[in-house]
Design a protein around this ligand. Structure first.
Ligand code: FAD
Length: 425
């Protein structure tokens, strides 16, 4: 069988792969997108049933297509997000091959380009764009042994409260996934314990504008690097029930017991850091600092946005914050399930290339790796804060596609003798 040759192979047809395909198509770069399952599969099947986008429809989309039939200020359901990307790919007839898995990519010897091995054959490519997602494999810290007699699941395996066994629930992690899952389970009438680490919690909206708007006008989506020391700070936002500010006091008022960061487990007992009140206070500071910056922006630019002084008033701290528990015997507390909303890890073992740092993360600049021809898209902070989000990856993809085109032009260059020889032939 003849070896297939394509200029550029894009691995993954989530939003990152589709954005890459659009820009490559615009540049006239021959390419194929290889997807092991379906377009936007992770939006379809790797999230819980009720998930809606964390950002409003006017914002969490690509520039050239709106969500048909959705109120721009609404938060669309995850299935509509997946349908959106499938429809988007059709608008420019993206060359996507579904049901094909890339097994390895290696550099060819003594010549430019790569051999891409898939479960359906081999492809030779000058460039490979890795768009396999910012959130690839569930990461569960090794705290509770598997034999502890509990159901332990990652947030990506949670679907809805009815699918959980009877009993109380411990949710570890208070980023967007953890707070939304804990909230949903508590509202279903179950007793929930939520382990809260360091977090940011922006207001859902302030002075009539969603926080995504504030991050935009304040230049925060374009921040190029996380502030030192904030690498483990998660962000607690939600589009559920048409978007509400996450306030941990409100979660406690639903009957949830908040605890500090989960540290260790022995003899059936979980131990928590003594940091709950501090984490809540820091989250409040983060919330208030955005309000301050927003007010200053309104003032400086003479905007006519309604004042909202009540946004600065918090309710009293509930007892679980004032008198926190530092350990919990899971059996005595009736806990049968622990849901780890503790993030994801990546796996690039299939990329047989020397482009990774000591933590296994790709070395790159705005997605351009140290190995000419290998690119990354969709990674958190690839070019800035927006890079792993829907609208941000579209702009990163343009940069990467343009980089490929520019390199192609360099390689096409011929000196005068070469040009003359080409004419003579
Ligand atoms: C719970 C949750 C909620 C989120 N909500 C929002 C939100 O509201 N707004 C927002 O902007 N962002 C949100 N995000 C962040 C981000 O938009 C999503 O994670 C999004 O799925 C990332 O898109 P992607 O294309 O980079 O990666 P993915 O969607 O993960 O796509 C990667 C694709 O690559 C395929 N693939 C992987 N390996 C291979 C291989 N070897 N061969 C072939 N194919 C392969 C996978 O099947 C997959 O389809 C959310 C993330 C999570 C976890």
């Amino acid at each position: 069988m003849a070896l297939e040759k394509v200029d550029t192979v894009v691995v993954g047809a989530g939003q990152a792969g589709i954005a890459a395909s659009e820009h490559l198509s615009k540049n006239g770069t021959e390419h194929v997108v290889i997807e092991r399952s379906r377009i936007a599969e992770r939006w379809r099947t790797a999230r819980w049933d009720s998930l809606v986008a964390n950002g409003p429809a006017w914002h969490d989309r690509f520039p050239n297509l709106e969500f048909e039939g959705a109120d721009p200020d609404s938060f669309v359901h995850k299935d509509a997000v997946a349908d959106y990307f499938a429809a988007y790919a059709e608008t420019f007839d993206a060359p996507i091959r579904c049901g094909v898995e890339v097994l390895s990519v290696e550099r060819k010897d003594h010549q430019r380009g790569f051999l891409v091995r898939t479960d359906k054959g081999e492809i030779e490519a000058s460039n490979v764009i890795v768009a396999t997602g910012p959130f690839q494999h569930p990461a569960i810290p090794p705290i509770i042994e598997e034999t502890a007699g509990l159901l332990q699941m990652h947030s990506s395996d949670y679907r809805n409260p009815d699918k959980l066994p009877a009993g109380n629930i411990m949710v570890v992690g208070a980023g967007s996934s953890g707070v939304q899952i804990a909230d949903e389970i508590a509202r279903s009438g179950r007793k929930v314990y939520l382990s809260v680490g360091p977090h940011d919690r922006p207001p859902r909206a302030y002075r009539g504008r969603d926080f995504v708007w504030w991050l935009g006008v304040l230049g925060k989506w374009n921040l190029q690097a996380q502030a030192p020391g904030t690498e483990h700070v998660t962000i607690a936002v939600s589009g559920a029930r048409n978007g509400e500010t996450i306030d941990f006091r409100n979660l406690a008022n639903l009957g949830m017991t908040l605890v500090g960061r989960t540290e260790s487990y022995d003899n059936g007992t979980l131990h928590f850091a003594h940091d709950l009140a501090e984490n809540i206070a820091r989250g409040d500071e983060n919330y208030l600092s955005l309000l301050d910056e927003a007010d200053a922006y309104v003032e400086r630019n003479g905007l006519d946005l309604p004042e909202e002084p009540e946004a600065r008033t918090f309710g009293a701290n509930p007892d679980c914050i004032e008198n926190p528990i530092f350990e919990l015997n899971l059996k005595e507390a009736g806990i049968t399930t622990v849901i780890w909303a503790t993030g994801f890890r990546s796996d690039y073992s299939w990329l047989k290339l020397d482009i990774f740092d000591e933590r296994g993360q790709p070395r790159h600049q705005r997605g351009v790796s140290g190995e000419p021809g290998i690119y990354f898209l969709g990674l958190p902070w690839l070019s800035g804060r927006g890079s792993s989000f829907i609208w941000g990856v579209w702009h990163d993809a343009k940069y990467v596609a343009d980089h490929i085109l520019i390199q192609q032009k360099y390689l096409e260059y011929k000196s005068k003798p070469e040009r003359l020889q080409a004419v003579a032939e």
